[in-house]
Design a protein around this ligand. Structure first.
Ligand code: PMP
Length: 355
């Protein structure tokens, strides 16, 4: 990172103007140079600090994007209701945006989710319906219930984060261009995992276009997802097998959002949970960053991609959210042991497992 860029990043908090409410505070997150990992790989590894969004995650951008799009198209009118099926961060982003704009928010989520997330959504004023966790093909899936609920309510919309491409568009106009500007166009690779596919598709497409195709866009995938095999087998969609401790990522189908980039990806990386867990602790120890498992998986992938692209290459990824929403799991010895992951944590990092 250049001295000028460092100086600008440092002074950011002192020079930026006041923004307009919650909505104005979404985006324009710092790009963090991960110094230790960059030194270790001989490359430049950069993480977009999406955990600094006002609702705490990368999904604030998508939540704002789908609501603004519905307003623009006249689908959502003052006093209306926003309905979504979500296991976490999108719902939290929507609940914040709805409060700040005066809409009602209704969330359907699988009843396997943590009580903390349900409590937080309710504290943010959302009406929450935990429903049995059944497959997408089942009409009782939380997404279909959200769609059906919105359909029978006047002045209500189902924001449909998986297949509504206003989600990817939000990243196309903000996340991607921000990364391009923050790297001054010196970017060899961009990689991240996907849930809806919005971040990868939107930011990835913007970076490919701005670089004239020079920036490679790669997908990172956890166990239990079909996307790695889809990309590396040339488009074969297998059934989901296995599972992962990462939350909010991994997918069993090609959503509309992912569909806008999946055939233009340069490749995919499969990242096992063992590597993601170790990276959570490593980022804490070496960079002082307290991040969730999807962020850690993304950083592992960024380092692997940088090494593939060669010495001196620059790769950016997404630091999706903080560890706060998962700490009763990720920092619990008993929980890690039940997942067979405690013993993969190197001895010098075990001091962080305090719960
Ligand atoms: N990380 C976390 C923690 C998330 O909640 C999500 C969204 N489900 C993602 C990554 C993936 O983002 P996207 O939906 O844009 O693919």
């Amino acid at each position: 990172m250049s001295a000028a860029l460092r100086a600008r990043a440092f002074s950011r908090g002192f020079t930026s103007r006041a923004v307009d409410g919650f909505v104005g505070a979404v985006g324009n997150t710092p790009l963090i140079h991960l110094k230790k990992l960059s030194e270790k790989t001989g490359c430049t590894i950069l993480g977009k600090a999406e955990f600094q969004n006002p609702g705490g995650s990368v999904k604030d951008r998508a939540a704002l994007g789908v609501i603004q799009d519905a307003e623009k198209r006249g689908l959502l009118k003052p006093g209306g209701t926003v309905v979504e099926g979500t296991a976490g961060n999108t719902g939290i982003g929507l609940a914040h945006v709805c409060r700040s704009k005066g809409y009602k928010c209704v969330i359907f989520m699988p009843n396997t989710q943590s009580q903390e997330k349900i409590d937080l959504l309710r504290m943010l004023g959302a009406e929450v319906y935990p429903v049995p966790a059944v497959a997408y093909e089942n009409p009782k899936n939380y997404n279909h219930q959200a769609r059906d609920f919105a359909a029978q309510l006047p002045n209500a919309i189902w924001t449909d984060q998986f297949d509504n491409t206003a989600n990817a568009q939000a990243h196309y106009v903000s996340t991607g261009p921000e990364i391009w500007e923050q790297t001054r166009g010196k970017l060899d690779g961009f990689v991240c995992a996907t849930g809806t596919g919005g971040t990868l598709a939107g930011a990835g497409r913007a970076l490919k276009e701005k670089s004239g195709g020079r920036t490679q866009v790669w997908l990172a995938d956890p166990p239990g997802s079909v996307l790695y095999s889809y990309v590396t087998s040339g488009g074969k969609l297998n059934e989901r097998k296995g599972s992962s401790i990462t939350e909010g990522i991994g997918q069993g189908r090609i959503t509309n959002n992912l569909g806008t980039i999946v055939n233009d990806l340069s490749g995919a990386l499969h990242i096992p949970d063992e590597k993601s867990i170790e990276m959570i602790y490593d980022l804490l120890d070496t960079e002082g960053l307290y991040l969730g498992a999807s962020s850690a998986l993304n950083v592992v992938a960024a380092a692997e991609l940088a090494q593939k692209l060669g010495p001196g290459s620059t790769v950016a990824t997404i630091l999706c959210d903080g560890a706060y929403r998962y700490q009763s799991r990720l920092f619990s010895k008993a929980w890690l042991k039940t997942k067979g992951l405690y013993d993969v944590i190197p001895e010098h990092l075990k001091k962080y497992v305090v719960l």
